[in-house]
Design a protein around this ligand. Structure first.
Ligand SMILES: [Zn+2]
Length: 83
């Protein structure tokens, strides 16, 4: 039974990479812009307007700034919890 990982930033769950059978790099989805929610009377109200969450986790990899060292995660957000 593959383990699951819960993203502490967005609450999403996904299979533990070691058991998933393929690489998966979680990145939190955007959230509705809180500046315009939930009051449609506000100027610029637009249900389709989204922003990135402030604590967004993004497991995609970037080259390490130090040559020769392993790639680094874009942003760890608030981490993960095994579930
Ligand atoms: Zn997430």
């Amino acid at each position: 039974m593959p383990g699951l990982i819960k993203c502490n930033s967005c609450g999403g769950t996904y299979p533990d990479k070691q058991h998933a059978g393929c690489d998966y790099f979680h990145a939190c989805g955007p959230i509705p812009n809180p500046a315009y929610q939930p009051n449609p009377a506000l100027p610029n109200f637009d249900l389709q307007q989204y922003i990135e969450r402030p604590n967004k986790r993004d497991e995609n990899l970037l080259p390490n700034p130090t040559p020769g060292l392993p790639p680094v995660m874009v942003n760890a957000g608030t981490g993960v919890t095994p579930v």
